[in-house]
Design a protein around this ligand. Structure first.
Ligand code: SF4
Length: 198
């Protein structure tokens, strides 16, 4: 998270917030780093990049009429106070664009909220940086033979991103101690469990 000029939030920080909002407080307000080994999303990210190198981007997207793509594109959006590196930006023949994101995961007939929110963040970055409509996003599940899922974004998706980003900014700038995750089982192997108020 870049706090020097203007707070700008990454998809990784949003994933951590969605896992437990208190992560943000411990990491960014109290400056207590996480145990690297427990950073499941970071580990996942590393694995994805390994898999990507091996698979050489062999995925099925015949039905997506892609006319151009950009790979590993870093984007900053001052409008939405977010930044990040998207795996691929697909420019589609209808004049729109779409983020494509690799997931080191199996597809189990359900798209996790975290994936949807992360993809919507990339969509907002693309809109802001390229001035194009972004109505869809794509997820490639590398552990399901590169199964491709299409997301159709709604206003609710973009509003959720804006709300989460604002909540994170409030935690950091106003020193707000957030509510704990409602998924209590996460606390049992959390690196902050010994210092977290029950
Ligand atoms: S112990 Fe539980 S509530 Fe506290 S930071 Fe960890 S996951 Fe969140």
């Amino acid at each position: 998270m870049d706090t020097e000029v203007k707070l700008s939030i990454t998809p990784s920080t949003v994933l951590e917030y969605l896992y437990c909002p208190r992560f943000i407080y411990f990491m960014e307000v109290l400056d207590i780093p996480q145990n690297e080994e427990t950073r499941y999303k970071v580990m996942e990210g590393r694995n994805v990049h390994k898999i990507k190198a091996l698979s050489n981007a062999e995925y099925k997207r015949k039905k997506i009429n892609v006319i151009k793509k950009e790979i590993n594109q870093e984007m900053y959006s001052n409008t939405y106070n977010i930044h990040g590196i998207v795996d691929e930006i697909l420019f589609i023949s209808d004049g729109t664009a779409a983020p494509l994101d690799y997931k080191f995961a199996q597809f189990k007939d359900k798209i996790f909220k975290t994936y949807r929110i992360q993809s919507a963040m990339y969509a907002l970055m693309i809109k802001d940086n390229y001035g194009v409509q972004v109505n869809k996003g794509y997820l490639v599940y590398t552990r399901s033979k590169n199964h491709v899922e299409e997301l159709i974004f709604t206003d609710d998706d973009f509003n959720s991103v804006k709300e989460i980003v604002q909540n994170i900014i409030d935690i950091v700038t106003k020193n707000i101690f957030p509510k704990r995750t409602r998924v209590r089982i996460r606390c049992s192997d959390c690196c902050y469990r010994n210092i977290c108020i029950k």
